[in-house]
Ligand binder design. Structure first.
Ligand SMILES: Nc1nc2c(ncn2[C@@H]2O[C@H](COP(=O)(O)OP(=O)(O)OP(=O)(O)O)[C@@H](O)[C@H]2O)c(=O)[nH]1
Ligand SMILES: [Mg+2]
Length: 203
């Protein structure tokens, strides 16, 4: 699927379950605000302006949906844990996400996006552990890897690999939306999930 994909925007909502009747298997891209979730979606889809990116983190509180080759649904949610986002908004986000994971019967997996320059934050680790315990297929993308030298990146990968090594942990991929590093590898994981039809709730 990584050669050429046809992707289109299908809607946005405050509630991630709004497109629930859409039967396509879903991939959701989770991560702190500003780590590059929307950029990563654009990079995977090879369409620069499709998902809206922003240099003002935490601004958008909507979930955006993109249909990919009429086979997959990509979900671009608001970022989590951004300091300037009010506590009430963050609490609501966590509640929405819990409901989403409980109720979405089409979820295929999660791409958890982190910043390659920093160690996974406590929220990143909580989220990753929770996803693993919930047996939700997850792959970790260490984004903005272009900002690190080769040796610093190797160090960051070792560190993340060490911290994300609990039972059920996913694979870690170094990614850059600037030079497209990791794109093929990440598509490889998503294609594998699709091939295995690893839908939750037995679908
Ligand atoms: N150097 C570099 N910058 C990146 C990369 N990916 C994203 N960025 C930049 O990081 C900033 C945030 O990118 P977004 O894609 O909007 O991040 P987001 O996670 O969707 O942010 P929210 O929607 O606010 O949660 C933008 O200025 C991007 O240009 C990358 O791989 N390398
Ligand atoms: Mg975004």
């Amino acid at each position: 699927m990584n050669a050429r994909v046809e992707a289109r925007y299908v809607g946005s909502s405050m509630n991630p379950l709004v497109l629930r009747r859409n039967p396509l298997p879903e991939i959701i891209f989770l991560g702190r605000s500003n780590v590059g979730k929307s950029s990563l979606i654009n990079c995977l889809l090879g369409q620069k302006g499709l998902a809206r990116t922003s240099s003002t983190p935490g601004k958008t509180r909507l979930f955006f949906f993109y249909e990919v080759d009429e086979k997959l649904l990509f979900v671009d949610p608001p970022g989590y844990g951004y300091a300037k986002v009010a506590e009430t908004v963050r609490t609501r986000w966590m509640k929405e996400m819990e409901r989403y994971f409980r109720k979405s019967d089409t979820l295929m997996g999660v791409v958890q996006v982190m910043d390659a320059r920093h160690a996974p934050t406590p929220i990143d680790l909580d989220m990753a552990r929770w996803l693993a315990e919930s047996q939700i297929p997850t792959v970790y993308a260490l984004n903005k890897s272009d900002k690190l030298t080769r040796s610093k990146l190797a160090e960051a990968m070792r560190r993340a690999g060490g911290e994300l090594s609990f039972p059920g942990a996913g694979q870690t991929i170094a990614f850059s939306t600037v030079n497209k590093d990791g794109r093929k590898e990440l598509w490889g994981v998503l294609d594998k999930w699709r091939a295995e039809e690893k839908l939750l709730h037995g679908k």
